[in-house]
Design a protein around this ligand. Structure first.
Ligand SMILES: Cc1cc2nc3c(=O)[nH]c(=O)nc-3n(C[C@H](O)[C@H](O)[C@H](O)COP(=O)(O)O)c2cc1C
Length: 200
């Protein structure tokens, strides 16, 4: 399967959604998995995988996490992130750079309510990114809370929610034999998106 090549008049978000659907159609595992890169106060980068959970009404890319985690601290401080998708079944990658903000509580509530119960309990119990005595303590905490809540709905904890990335740059990369890859970059300007080709 091949994807449509970027062109100046296309909207990068539309193209991204087209490529994403094409990647999902190839049957590859978790096309929504993306690398999220952040930087700390010394400019030191760190990266980890998170899952793209759709788009907000403004077309910003959404993901969810623990607001007390390392990534959240860095996102809140810098308000910048880079995202990376690699879809080997299409031999393409997409790079995104943009500004980041927390989603409104209602949006996080709505998504939290759709999560499997175990994930909801884990979000409450796990002090993501912080040291723990042992893994069993996390499992015990989840069991204890499950027992305590019985069949009642699990409330979203204040320390868990979403972020939205508003891209100001997109790079669409199309792999070819002999490393003669094609690179197409859209950058946000006052007059819409600029369009540039980069050498591979
Ligand atoms: C495929 C995959 C998807 C993941 N998705 C998420 C996610 O959506 N949210 C999240 O908080 N962590 C997710 N994780 C775990 C993170 O990679 C990471 O371990 C965790 O968020 C802590 O990161 P931090 O200490 O840098 O904040 C995922 C891991 C993998 C391998």
């Amino acid at each position: 399967m091949t994807v449509r090549k970027p062109e100046p008049e296309l909207q990068p978000l539309d193209l991204f959604q087209e490529w994403f659907a094409a990647a999902a159609k190839t049957g590859m595992a978790m096309p929504e998995a993306m690398t999220l890169a952040t930087t700390d106060e010394h400019g030191r980068p760190s990266a980890r995988m998170v899952l793209l959970k759709g788009f907000d009404p403004a077309g910003r890319l959404r993901f969810f996490t623990n607001y007390d985690s390392r990534k959240a601290g860095e996102l809140d401080r810098t308000q910048r992130a880079a995202l990376l998708f690699w879809w080997p079944t299409l031999y393409v990658q997409v790079r995104v750079e943009g500004t980041v903000s927390r989603l409104p509580g209602e949006e996080s509530d709505a998504y939290f309510a759709t999560r499997p119960r175990l994930s909801q309990l884990g979000a409450i119990i796990s002090p993501q990114s912080r040291p723990i005595e042992n893994f069993q303590s996390v499992l015990d905490g989840v069991s204890h809370l499950a027992h305590e809540l019985g069949d009642t709905p699990v409330p979203r904890p204040a320390h868990w929610g979403g972020y939205a990335v508003e891209p100001d740059a997109w790079e669409f990369w199309v792999g070819h034999d002999g490393r003669l890859h094609e690179r197409f970059v859209y950058r946000r300007t006052d007059k819409g998106w600029s369009f540039t080709l980069l050498a591979p």
